[in-house]
Write a protein that binds this ligand. Structure first.
Ligand code: 5GP
Ligand code: MN
Length: 313
């Protein structure tokens, strides 16, 4: 059931215990939204646990409170709500099987499947963290420096540091107000963007696979299982190729298990969320992803064919 921001705030305020979660392969927005909402709810005296069914990325270790996030190790979790942030049900791993509480879903992905008991969806928000900021306003909680850092990281990482098309005056106003707490954008961006020498060398290796298709409208990096296994992370790799002159759709395809390929897509014109949805994934018009369960060469050809079909749509 679709609910308003006000009803979302009212339901959260009426609850006593809540479990917060977000998507697997969690990013700055997923984790920032969880920690921001945790702070709001704890300020209101609620019992809150953040549980994410995946490893947390090293580049987000600057996020205050990230060490309090747990994995779903128990068989049964009790709460008034299971709050799913920055994703819909199909991307949060095993937790919904272990926690039978009603699901309250807060998200900004237009491709959300609307299967939660209660869904607040705002596809015009640059980040789920932007919704968390508005929730804090609606509830009347002011962020401290640590929680402001978490929410700011969500805003900054999902908007490409306020430069992607999802950045609005509201995004900037939210960021400005968070900065009023005294947090420093350069300290945050430096910590997040700092990479190990081996990661930068890995970028060079990955770039060796760069190819263009469709008269230069598609650019792709294709990492087979062997190459993927040598890389610590592929975070940020897509940003190296989305800047190529004339490229509309850019992709990074990597084999994470034999016959399981993860795909990241970015675009300037084509709506890649529609394409990702068709391939069983989802996302936003300009940034989306999916998993293709085929061997490497087959997955690569299939992906390129599908992108060519959707170019300009
Ligand atoms: P990224 O390429 O950064 O992993 O993801 C880009 C955007 O697409 C993010 O908003 C992310 O949440 C979404 N996304 C990536 N992969 C999937 C997927 O498999 N399913 C869905 N529903 N969304 C995805
Ligand atoms: Mn997000």
């Amino acid at each position: 059931m679709i609910i308003s921001l006000r009803e979302t705030a009212d339901r959260l305020m009426a609850a006593n215990s809540l479990i917060l979660t977000a998507h697997v392969n969690p990013d700055g927005d997923a984790i920032g939204s969880c920690l921001g909402l945790k702070y709001i709810l704890e300020t209101l005296g609620k019992k809150v646990q953040v549980i994410i069914d995946d490893d947390l990325p090293k580049f987000l270790s600057i996020m205050p409170g990230i060490d309090q996030i747990q994995k779903p190790e128990a068989d049964n979790y009790e709460a008034d709500y299971l709050v799913i942030l920055d994703a819909c049900l199909d991307r949060v791993g095993t937790l919904p099987l272990k926690c039978k509480a009603p699901i309250l879903n807060i998200d900004h992905h237009g491709t959300n499947d609307n299967l939660a008991n209660y869904l607040y969806l705002d596809a015009d928000s640059a980040a789920t963290a932007e919704i968390i900021y508005r929730l804090a306003k609606a509830i009347g909680v002011k962020f401290d420096r640590d929680s402001a850092t978490a929410v700011y990281i969500g805003l900054a990482t999902d908007s490409g540091y306020f430069k992607y098309s999802n950045t609005t005056p509201q995004t900037m106003r939210a960021a400005a107000e968070l900065l009023e707490t005294g947090i420093k954008p350069e300290t945050i961006s430096e910590a997040i963007e700092t990479k190990d020498y081996t990661v930068v060398k890995g970028m060079g290796t990955a770039l060796q696979t760069l190819e263009l298709f469709a008269d230069g409208k598609i650019a792709g990096i294709f990492l087979d299982y062997e190459l993927t296994s040598t890389l610590e992370t592929t975070e940020g790799f897509i940003d190296l190729i989305r800047v190529i002159d004339g490229v509309d759709v850019s992709v990074v395809l990597k084999v994470v298990e034999p016959e399981v390929c993860r795909v990241s897509m970015r675009s300037k014109q084509t709506d890649v969320s529609k394409l990702a949805l068709r391939l069983g994934g989802g996302g936003h018009k300009r940034a989306a992803g999916c998993t293709i369960k085929k061997p490497f060469a087959e997955a690569k050809q299939y992906l390129i064919d599908e992108i060519i079909k959707s170019l300009g749509v």
